[in-house]
Design a protein around this ligand. Structure first.
Ligand code: AHR
Length: 501
């Protein structure tokens, strides 16, 4: 068996773990909202129509922030449609997903759901078919206490207190020709800058996200960010990144190395943002909001044109296997390794639509395989990310060349004394011995060692077998003379939690 080595030492800090790294995304798309989080006639629905079985899973998942209401959906969305008496709300065509939108669930329902789920709302604005004025109306309705027409309209809708949403996305993927209201970087940069300027006039402490590229393969990648940030640098706090990873063509080695691609993308956009910062002579650093990421078998999606006009259709309900869970784990590791610049991230999406939570209408809710690495990381990655610099054997991949078989990071929570190691073996055939030097934490002992692995890497969870794939506890792991030695099975995710107290 080959050995990979790393050192966990509190002297080597990357940055603080922002709790917003464990965000998710609820879009009006497919069954994410309807029969996902909201199903009034479900036996487990509460008085607001929210599925309590799903709420329980969302809390267990440990999601901290949820982006809403889209996605592509937001770029032709009228927020006014989703507020006020439900019986008066219009039914609309959703051109993004060729669906019928009933608007039974809207802004105030989302805020009520977010409060019950214990998550921070992150709102996306329509800067596709709408502009600054409508964004400001929404901001006033949402965040202003009372005494104006729009704030009093909210109060007349039964919401006395303002929602006080802190984080706002200035549109969604407007670089993409599939987007309603698609724009050039200059066009978008101008409207984003003027909207941001006005929003900061309303409240300078709002945190604003400029749209970055919708993927790393689009022709305008990085030049889009450069132009947009030249217009908006002064007013925005984040630039967004979106990326979905697809095992298309059966190249599993490259798929398992998806973290390498995410890594490059983060480095490229960090460099682009800093280049603009230098050009505009700013001391400020624009952070990254990786506000859509996940595994998505996008190559299987027939495109919007293949869809019928229906309410809440089954749409991109990918069923995730063990390999997908390991890839999701490796993407979480990648985000943490960039904790100095990535200040927010949202796994897309939360329920049914490429989600960690699956539901059946009138039926059960269960955890997909990808639920587990997310839940462990959200729960235990706290405090400071440590730079562990693994020295590892490599895996040869068609897409990214040689990548380290071991992909890992560690966190140190100074308050609790917890030190947590997150590790992925991206090798497909051989186990990997991991030797972790933990001498910098004398007396540390292992309190939990969990592994997600299965001889059948295509195993999935279903309504009938909801726990077919789940993490297993490994007993007896302990450091020996300051070195923790463990075996990482092929295609596996591992979390080892040590306490120094
Ligand atoms: O999450 C699915 C879609 O992917 C979102 O609507 C869009 O923003 C992205 O292209």
């Amino acid at each position: 068996m080959t050995t990979a080595r790393l050192t966990v030492d509190p002297a080597f800090r990357v940055g603080s773990v922002d709790r917003r790294l464990f965000g998710s995304f609820v879009e009006h798309m497919g069954r994410c909202v309807y029969t996902g989080i909201y199903e009034p006639d479900h036996p487990a629905a509460d008085e607001d129509g929210f599925r309590t079985d799903v709420l329980d899973l969302v809390r267990e998942l440990g999601v901290t922030t949820v982006r809403y209401p889209g996605g592509n959906f937001v770029s032709n969305h009228r927020w006014e449609d989703g507020v006020g008496p439900r019986e008066e709300r219009p039914r609309r065509l959703d051109l993004a997903w060729r669906s019928i939108e009933s608007n039974a669930f809207g802004l105030n329902e989302f805020m009520a759901w977010a409060a019950k789920a214990g998550v921070e709302p992150m709102m996306a604005l329509n800067l596709g078919t709408r502009g600054t004025a409508e964004a400001l109306d929404l901001l006033e309705y949402t965040n202003y206490p009372s005494g104006t027409t729009l704030s009093d309209l909210r109060r007349s809708h039964g919401v006395e207190q303002p929602h006080d949403v802190r984080m706002w996305c200035l549109g969604n993927e407007l670089d993409g020709p599939w987007q309603m209201g698609h724009k050039t970087a200059h066009e978008y940069g101008r409207v984003a800058a003027e909207t941001a300027r006005a929003m900061k006039r309303f409240d300078p402490s709002l945190e604003l996200v400029a749209c970055g590229s919708s993927n790393a393969y689009i022709d305008t990648f990085a030049s889009w960010e450069a132009t947009v940030l030249e217009h908006t640098y002064e007013f925005v706090d984040y630039v967004s990144l979106h990326a979905y990873y697809d095992p298309a063509g059966g190249d599993v080695d490259s798929f398992l190395a998806s973290g390498a691609e995410m890594d490059r993308m983060i480095s490229a956009i960090t460099a682009t943002a800093d280049h603009v910062g230098a050009k505009v002579r700013s001391d400020k650093k624009v952070k990254l909001s990786f506000d859509e990421w996940n595994v998505w078998r996008q190559s299987r999606f027939g495109g919007e044109a293949s869809l019928d006009w229906r309410p809440a259709p089954e749409l991109i309900e990918d069923v995730y296997d063990v390999t997908d869970a390991v890839v999701v784990g490796s993407l979480l590791v990648t985000l943490l390794r960039h904790a100095d610049r990535v200040g927010a991230a949202c796994q897309a999406q939360l329920a049914n639509v490429i989600g960690p939570v699956m539901t059946r209408p009138q039926g059960p809710a269960w955890r997909q395989t990808i639920f587990h690495p997310f839940a462990q990381t959200a729960r235990y990655a706290r405090g400071t990310v440590l730079r562990v610099e693994p020295d590892s054997p490599v895996v040869d991949t068609a897409k990214y060349g040689e990548v380290p078989a071991l992909w890992a990071t560690a966190t140190h929570d100074e308050e609790t004394g917890d030190v947590v190691l997150f590790a992925v073996n991206r090798g497909r055939t051989e186990p990997l011995r991991l030797a972790a030097d933990v001498r910098a934490f004398p007396g540390a002992r292992v309190v939990e060692h969990l592994v997600l692995h299965d001889e059948d890497t295509t195993a999935v969870n279903t309504a009938e077998q909801p726990d077919r794939v789940r993490p297993r506890q490994v007993d007896g792991t302990k450091p020996d003379d300051g070195t923790l030695t463990v075996e990482l099975p092929p295609v596996s995710w591992t979390m080892i939690r040590l306490t120094t107290r």
